[in-house]
Design a binder for this molecule. Structure first.
Ligand SMILES: *[C@@H]1O[C@H](CO)[C@@H](O)[C@H](O)[C@H]1NC(C)=O
Ligand SMILES: *[C@@H]1O[C@H](CO)[C@@H](O)[C@H](O)[C@H]1NC(C)=O
Ligand SMILES: *[C@@H]1O[C@H](CO)[C@@H](O)[C@H](O)[C@H]1NC(C)=O
Ligand SMILES: *[C@@H]1O[C@H](CO)[C@@H](O)[C@H](O)[C@H]1NC(C)=O
Ligand SMILES: *[C@@H]1O[C@H](CO)[C@@H](O)[C@H](O)[C@H]1NC(C)=O
Ligand SMILES: *[C@@H]1O[C@H](CO)[C@@H](O)[C@H](O)[C@H]1NC(C)=O
Ligand SMILES: *[C@@H]1O[C@H](CO)[C@@H](O)[C@H](O)[C@H]1NC(C)=O
Ligand SMILES: *[C@@H]1O[C@H](CO)[C@@H](O)[C@H](O)[C@H]1NC(C)=O
Length: 502
């Protein structure tokens, strides 16, 4: 009694808050449903995957510490039953899964550690943190009794690689694949997928190169210059709608289950292979319902740099003297320069080997500029003479010459021998090392063959497993090994704007 009497009302409130959090954690042994000021949490060293901190009212989602690369930590919203990450905080750098790392709420939700300082913060002055049953994390200001709380910050405004149903995707936002290579953005009247490339990582404002685009058909409404930016919403009816002003979509991109009721919520995600996929929850797993790019070979880099993708078959290398193996066709190009113009690349000894070959094609020519040229030789020499050019692809029936001003990724192998390409193969630092130890090389080769055998076996097993699970007849393995083609899901989907009643 004395203790309580001696407390000021403020202290009493704090005590009560502390007590209620304590009560929720200890007595219900559950994660809390909200954070109030004073909340603190540290990573538990015993936990190997994720540590729930806050759940929504259904228990479907939780805000968690997510363990990454063994000892690193990120803050994530997780779909609990599938362990799928719906959102991650965009940290300046990853935190450590160790004691000095702390999440606290003092009006701002802050991830920090006492040595490195603040990794991430909402920079707000709110009263509580709450997770909606649609996976939207919010910092709210609670005006006592007056209407509903106002939202100061919400994770829906900062998506990472995923959008859920009814989440608005605006031109201020970017979806970025978990490996940082691919992104989705809006343009004036389209949404596009962009390849940032390894050289582009962290290089500021550069959006990268577009490899897929969905332009508004404007069947029901036109995109108007003066009506502000378009935005995209994933709708419960099974489509991505493009809108300019709320009611009427300027376009829809429909899913397989378009206009069919499905059992659970939907989401789309930009995948580590650069595809955009849509899923719905069937109560026990996520069912694939949409993919922007249906053919494996049309992905931006299914076979890696200098790879050649053969539809329905798999990968080889542009340079036919190189065997396509787990490592792909070129060593990982960390620090690959953007072009061949730098001081070390000109002078007389050009640091690349020219390679010409027939039967190659680009997968996204409709998004690329070309020049008319009378011959392949002319197209090739236009590239040879320009240090920003990494390669050129020529079709002699049309006379189109496509100049590639970016490090070469995968091309598509075709039977048509009149489609020709010229490529600059970088002869990098590795060249001198090639002479070292033939024996070592043979040993590695034998090892690689064994590993390859294992990978093929495992790949086939996983392929059959996923085939059974998803009903998709092929996929790009996590290791980047093409096991088979995608089934053309597009045949099952159809675009029918008339069906939308709005
Ligand atoms: C909350 O904590 C952060 C990090 O410790 C600090 O920078 C910020 O000023 C604090 N905010 C308030 C309102 O105390
Ligand atoms: C989610 O919350 C809303 C109210 O915020 C409610 O109407 C809806 O029924 C809830 N959905 C589920 C699945 O609990
Ligand atoms: C994360 O932050 C960086 C730097 O602030 C920014 O360039 C990047 O676009 C952000 N990523 C996302 C997915 O918003
Ligand atoms: C999305 O935008 C629409 C129109 O601007 C708005 O009415 C709606 O509340 C927004 N939804 C969310 C989840 O922010
Ligand atoms: C959310 O929870 C409800 C009730 O437990 C369940 O029926 C539903 O399938 C869950 N949804 C997801 C996306 O997990
Ligand atoms: C490899 O390519 C060269 C040049 O394009 C060609 O002459 C040669 O026949 C090819 N070799 C094989 C085994 O395909
Ligand atoms: C090299 O290519 C770039 C990009 O296509 C072009 O802007 C530039 O004018 C070319 N330079 C020369 C010398 O042709
Ligand atoms: C295209 O190339 C093929 C084989 O290289 C040749 O036979 C054909 O005449 C060429 N066509 C044109 C229009 O130049």
């Amino acid at each position: 009694m004395d203790l309580v009497n001696s407390m000021t009302p403020l202290k009493l409130t704090q005590f009560f808050i502390f007590f209620s959090i304590f009560f929720q954690i200890k007595v219900e042994s559950e994660t809390p449903k909200q954070f109030l000021k004073g909340f603190k949490a540290n990573p538990d060293p015993q936990i190997s995957n994720f540590q729930p901190l806050l759940t929504d009212s259904t228990g479907n989602y939780s805000l968690s510490f997510l363990r990454m690369d063994e000892n690193q930590l990120n803050l994530a919203i997780i779909h609990v039953k599938s362990f799928e990450t719906i959102w991650v905080a965009n940290l300046t750098r990853l935190a450590k899964w160790a004691d000095p790392t702390e999440l606290h709420f003092n009006g701002s939700l802050v991830l920090s550690d006492s040595r490195s300082g603040v990794f991430w913060s909402t920079y707000t002055d709110g009263d509580r943190v709450w997770l909606s049953n649609t996976s939207n994390l919010q910092v709210q200001k609670v005006d006592n009794g007056v209407t509903s709380p106002s939202v100061l910050w919400q994770s829906f405004d900062f998506p990472s690689n995923t959008l859920v149903e009814n989440q608005n995707f605006t031109s201020a936002m970017t979806l970025v694949s978990s490996n940082g290579l691919y992104s989705m953005r809006l343009g004036f009247d389209f949404f596009g997928l962009y390849f940032k490339g390894e050289s582009g990582l962290g290089s500021g404002s550069d959006t990268g190169r577009i490899y897929w685009r969905h332009k508004a058909l404007e069947a029901k409404a036109d995109v108007m210059e003066d009506q502000g930016h378009i935005y995209v919403v994933l709708k419960s009816n099974g489509f991505l709608g493009m809108y300019q002003n709320e009611s009427v979509p300027v376009d829809i991109e429909s899913f397989n289950s378009f206009q069919q009721p499905v059992s659970g919520v939907r989401r789309i995600r930009i995948e580590p292979d650069g595809n955009l996929k849509g899923y719905f929850w069937d109560g026990s797993s996520w069912v694939l319902d949409y993919q922007a790019i249906k053919e494996t070979c049309e992905l931006p880099s299914p076979c890696g740099a200098y790879g050649l993708c053969h539809p329905g078959k798999g990968c080889s290398c542009l340079d036919n003297s190189t065997n396509y193996s787990i490592g792909g066709c070129s060593p990982p190009n960390s620090g690959e320069p953007r072009d061949l113009c730098g001081a070390t690349y000109d002078l007389d000894h050009k640091r690349y080997k020219g390679l010409s070959r027939n039967g190659v094609e680009l997968s996204n020519t409709e998004l690329m500029d070309y020049k008319h040229m009378v011959s392949f030789e002319e197209c090739q020499s236009a590239c040879e003479g320009n240090c920003t050019c990494w390669g050129a692809v020529y079709t002699n029936t049309s006379g189109f010459c496509y100049i590639l001003n970016y490090p070469i990724q995968s091309l598509v192998g075709v039977r048509d021998e009149s489609k020709m390409g010229f490529f600059k193969m970088r002869e990098g630092v590795g060249k001198d090392k090639r002479g070292v130890g033939f024996g070592v090389g043979v040993g590695l080769l034998c090892g690689a063959i064994l590993v390859l055998g294992g990978v093929i076996g495992l790949g086939y097993y996983r392929y059959m497993k996923r085939k059974r699970e998803r009903g998709v007849s092929g996929y790009v393995d996590d290791d980047g090994v093409v096991v088979g083609p995608y089934k053309d899901l597009g045949n099952a989907s159809f675009r029918s704007i008339e069906l939308i009643e709005r």
